[in-house]
Design a protein around this ligand. Sequence first.
Ligand SMILES: [Zn+2]
Ligand SMILES: [Zn+2]
Length: 407
Amino acid sequence: MAAPKKGDLSASEREILQVIAAGNVQQASKLLANNDVRVNCLDEYGMTPLMHAAYKGKADMCRLLLQHGADVNCNQHEYGYTALMFAGLSGKTDITTMMLDAGAETDLVNSVGRTAAQMAAFVGQHDCVTVINNFFSRARLEYYTRPQGLEREPKLPPKLAGPLHKIIMTTNLNPVKMVMLVKENPLLVDVAALEKCYRVMDLLCEQCVKQQDMNEVLAMKMHYISCVLQKCLTFLQERDDKLDALVKSLLKGRDSDGFPQYQEKFIRDCIRKFPYCDATLLQQLVKSIAPVEIGNDPTAFSVLTQALTGQMAFVDADYCATCGERGAEKRCSLCKTVTYCSLTCQRLHWFTHKKMCRSSQEQGSKQETHTPRLKELQGTHHVIHFICAAWLHHRAIHCWGTYQLLL
Ligand SMILES: [Zn+2]
Ligand SMILES: [Zn+2]
């Protein structure tokens, strides 16, 4: 079939564009079964049905079109926009992920030289920026599930690729959350499996440093995951209550103020152990964390999160006190000062929170005036310049969004 020409649409193709706008998946499915509907047809502006669906934020429609062979990297659009760019502009992370899973190139630029991540940042869709910048293709990991060279067996058993990929793709770097991800998959709660996984993470880290356009951010993330997996391994081998003991250690607050100092020290250690000392990102991280007394802002977690995901710690959302998930809506009913994403998380936290819960109640109104969000804002400010510097080093994407938030 000849390549579609802009604006050269059949009646059914015009109809499907309207159906997409209305979000009628059933009708779209019917139309796609027609011979005179080309899934990659182009309207007057060079937009495909997939671009329309992505821009309108219709996830089911996008899925349907991809199933019918929609070309995710088509860039016949008059300004060179791709479906991934439209997904980013729509602010829908599920659609952005869908495009990436379908093989969307993140490096394609529009007619003014902007990538999808840069465009999403420009319009303030920071969650989509995070999704794009943290994307790591399953194929890249699956390389290790095949024996290479003289290897008798692959470095990574194929059955571990799925669960490990899930951990790589998480944008919540809270170590408790990561241990929970390990715990939820019985295949991973195994000494030999964890050993293989962390070794592969180390290799990926090395690869990210040594590849042509060195990606320090991804390298640091791979290294950090490796450290968490190694910690899991240690607890599996040495403690009777295994990973539960690790979660407890990470959550346990110190007596004076409930600050989880084991967690803070663990994350600081991970950063310090990054094996490539010359990395700009490492030096900047260390510089901004080292002078901070343990217990003060910014925490190592917030600095690392900002550097790796570009997420600002003070965006308007409540975080789960246990696992760091955003959008936590359940409050401790006694002190009402801590929030959780689930009952499970609240239960996990109670052994240590109960010591602080009473004093929180007593302080009552005093705490109201010092909301954690404001405290974070102060702490965040002085790390911003370094994140920008780090990002300018390779494709400055996050700083865009960062500046936007500040200006
Ligand atoms: Zn939680
Ligand atoms: Zn409480």
